[in-house]
Design a protein around this ligand. Structure first.
Ligand SMILES: Nc1ncnc2c1ncn2[C@@H]1O[C@H](COP(=O)(O)OP(=O)(O)O)[C@@H](O)[C@H]1O
Ligand SMILES: [Mg+2]
Length: 306
């Protein structure tokens, strides 16, 4: 959990960073480096070509390098922004170890210093689509992972009810509901509880709030920040929304068009107030406008074919 004062970016090498509102643009994307502990996630010249060797081969990401440090007992919330189709989900699913994105065509994906393996409980995932099991109640959805691990029913229901409460659902009235009886926001609360109950070191979120209405989305952003400070994990969060990235992120990666690479890395000051309030602040807006300009220049260069 971070102890940095509100809205002050965490300490990194100073060099020639550019300040934009509550963010700082680093002079370059930090390369994999010698660190005291293995990084949580490291990409070394990672390329992914779908249908390699066939007529329809397509390179989605090329030579992607980045490093997410292991900030002890704290973790970082990293948001990745970029145009549609630039390879954001490809990167996320490579970390998760989910095919057909996994394995990479070239390069190394390391998690805690080890080449990444197929999906495991150390990496929790929350998708945009509601992925609960239709025939299971909220309580049985939330405790599914524990059931797979063989945790006895009494113990898993105890923990399950704790997490149902923590994500803002009502233990008494909601635990026996089935997914079709829940709103989109409630279903994503279930998905978050189901992930956090397993205490993963890395939480991978692929546009989890993309299908929610604006008010529900802001409430979910507030909830995520609150819970994340508790679980001290590294969160990798993909979004189309610049506001969402600036509100949630400690760090933002901005990706180029396909084949995607990471074009810019920014450090962002912590949000110290609810999403609705933060979005009104000039320093917040300045950061959003800066990123919007970077992304619209990308779109223009793509249209111009440069
Ligand atoms: N299984 C696949 N086979 C072929 N092409 C794919 C596959 N998955 C994704 N792609 C292509 O790779 C590119 C990057 O996809 P993706 O990582 O899903 O982008 P994003 O999440 O940024 O929208 C897209 O052009 C997409 O069409
Ligand atoms: Mg995607």
């Amino acid at each position: 959990m971070s102890t940095a004062p509100a809205s002050t970016p965490a300490a990194d090498p100073p060099a020639s960073t550019q300040t934009v509102g509550m963010g700082e643009v680093l002079p370059h994307v930090r390369p994999p480096a010698e660190l005291p502990r293995p990084p949580v996630v490291e990409f070394r010249k990672v390329t992914k070509t779908y249908n390699e060797g066939q007529a329809n081969a397509f390179t989605a990401i090329r030579d992607v390098n980045f490093v997410v440090e292991d900030l002890h007992d704290k973790g970082e919330l990293i948001c990745t922004l970029g145009p549609s189709g630039c390879g954001k989900s490809t990167i996320l699913r490579l970390i998760a170890g989910l095919g057909p994105q996994y394995p990479a065509t070239f390069g190394d994906v390391l998690v805690l210093g080890q080449p990444v393996g197929a999906a495991g409980p150390d990496r929790g995932m929350v998708f945009q689509d509601y992925t609960s099991f239709d025939h299971r109640t909220v309580l049985d959805n939330v405790t599914f992972g524990l059931e797979c691990q063989g945790v006895p029913r009494r113990q898993r229901y105890l923990l399950g009810r704790h997490w149902i409460d923590r994500v803002g659902l009502n233990v008494g009235t909601d635990e026996n509901k089935f997914p079709h009886e829940l709103s989109g926001g409630m279903r994503q609360r279930v998905a978050i509880a189901r992930t956090l109950i397993l205490r993963p070191r890395i939480i991978l979120m692929d546009e989890p709030f993309g299908a929610l209405d604006p008010m529900t989305r802001m409430n979910m952003q507030d909830l995520l920040l609150e819970l994340w400070h508790e679980v001290e994990a590294t969160v990798f969060f993909i979004t189309h929304s610049i506001e969402e990235a600036v509100f949630l992120g400690d760090r933002i990666y901005i990706m180029s068009n396909s084949p995607g690479t990471i074009l810019k890395e920014m450090r962002i000051g912590q949000s110290d107030r609810p999403s609705k309030e933060m979005q009104k602040e000039p320093r917040f807006q300045e950061t959003v406008y800066y990123i919007r300009d970077v992304i619209s220049q990308l779109e223009e260069s793509r249209r111009a074919g440069t």
